[in-house]
Structure formats: C-alpha cells, structure tokens
Ligand binder design. Structure first.
Ligand code: SAM
Length: 180
C-alpha cells in the first residue's frame, strides 16, 4: 500500500466535531497520509496540526473539498475507492484484492450518504451488516487492510514519543525520559 487517504462525508459542524476528529485521529494513527473533509471546519485542521506537533508525523486535513471532484481526480490518477457501508459486501471476501491496490481512498459517511457514492466506489465494504460507527468501521478496515502492521509506522519530529510499558506511563521528550 503506497498511500491511503480518508474522505469524510457529511460532517455537520455543530454535531460531528468529536466524531470527525476521531475519524482523523484513527486515520492518522493507523497509517493514512491525510483526511479530506467535505465541510469547511478549520477547527479540525487545527486540532490535528497540534497533534502532529506533539506526537509527530505530517498527517494533513484538507477541509471544504467537493467529494465528487476529489473522487474523480483520485480515480483519474489511478487510485481506487473503497466506501465503508453496512449495506456493502463483507470485508473478508474483498480484502485480498484491496490489499493489492497502491493508492486507496477510504470513504466514510456521517448522515445519509448520497446514492452516487455507492456507484462511484470501486468497493462498497461492510464491517458486519449492522449499523455502528465510522470510527469503528475505519479502524477495523485499516487494521485488516495492513494485517495489523500499521503499528510499525513511525511518526518523526514529534515533541513526545511514548515508550511502551507493561505498567505506568513513560514518554520520551527530546533526549530525556520523563515519568508522568
Ligand atoms: N445513516 C447513514 C446512512 O445510511 O448512510 C449512515 C450513518 S453511520 C453512523 C455513519 C458511517 O459509519 C457510515 O456512512 C459508514 O461509513 C460507517 N458505518 C457504520 N456502520 C458500518 C458497517 N456496518 N460497515 C461499514 N461501515 C459502517
């Protein structure tokens, strides 16, 4: 997998702030290079840029995009599109084919998803056929897509880096280890 981008549809500024932030944090932590947001919500961009400063990496949030032209552009450049929806085909039967894709756009909705998305996507993939959440669907899908190897991704130039501990917390801050 060369590049993964998440397209977040239907963000409602006064209702989806937390959920959309969690979509971005999940996409970032599990290896996507950025999130395209269909609404103009600069606060999400700011939040994620603060996370990058603190924990590293260069994950981007580009807001106020037009989903139709982003999908078209992506496909014209050879990328493929996977829409996560409970109405789709079960993940198991398609995951091997999707793993072979170099550039993958993953679409998650919020409110009702336009029917056109189902037609434009190369795959409509269900993580069970029950309604749950875009964050859960994205996390399971990205983990299965990368066979759990997303943990190998490192985040350069962050102020902080976690040192894995069986108990307690340890954070590396520049050169010193600081017990929290
Ligand atoms: N009611 C909306 C609709 O019917 O289009 C969807 C609301 S759902 C809470 C928000 C998003 O979570 C969906 O657009 C989809 O991307 C994701 N999602 C929820 N359940 C899912 C499932 N079982 N499989 C895959 N994605 C799911």
């Amino acid at each position: 997998m060369k590049k993964i981008v998440v397209l977040r549809l239907g963000h409602r500024i006064n209702r989806d702030q937390r959920m959309t932030t969690h979509v971005a944090l999940t996409a970032r932590a599990l290896g996507a290079e950025g999130m395209l947001l269909v609404s103009s919500d600069k606060s999400i961009e700011q939040k994620i840029s603060d996370v990058n400063k603190r924990w590293g990496g260069s994950f981007y949030v580009r807001s106020d995009v037009k989903w139709k032209c982003e999908i078209k552009k992506w496909k014209e450049s050879g990328g493929k599109v996977c829409h996560l929806t409970m109405y789709g085909i079960g993940l198991e039967s398609e995951i091997n084919a999707i793993r072979d894709i170099k550039d993958l756009m993953i679409i998650v909705g919020a409110e009702k998803v336009p029917a056109e998305i189902f037609a434009m996507a190369d795959w409509n993939i269900a993580i069970t056929h029950q309604p749950h959440s875009e964050v859960a669907a994205l996390a399971i899908f990205m983990d299965r897509l990368q066979k759990g190897e997303e943990h190998l991704k490192d985040f350069k130039n962050g102020k902080l880096q976690i040192v894995a501990m069986r108990r307690g917390k340890k954070v590396k801050e520049n050169k010193n280890l600081k017990h929290l």
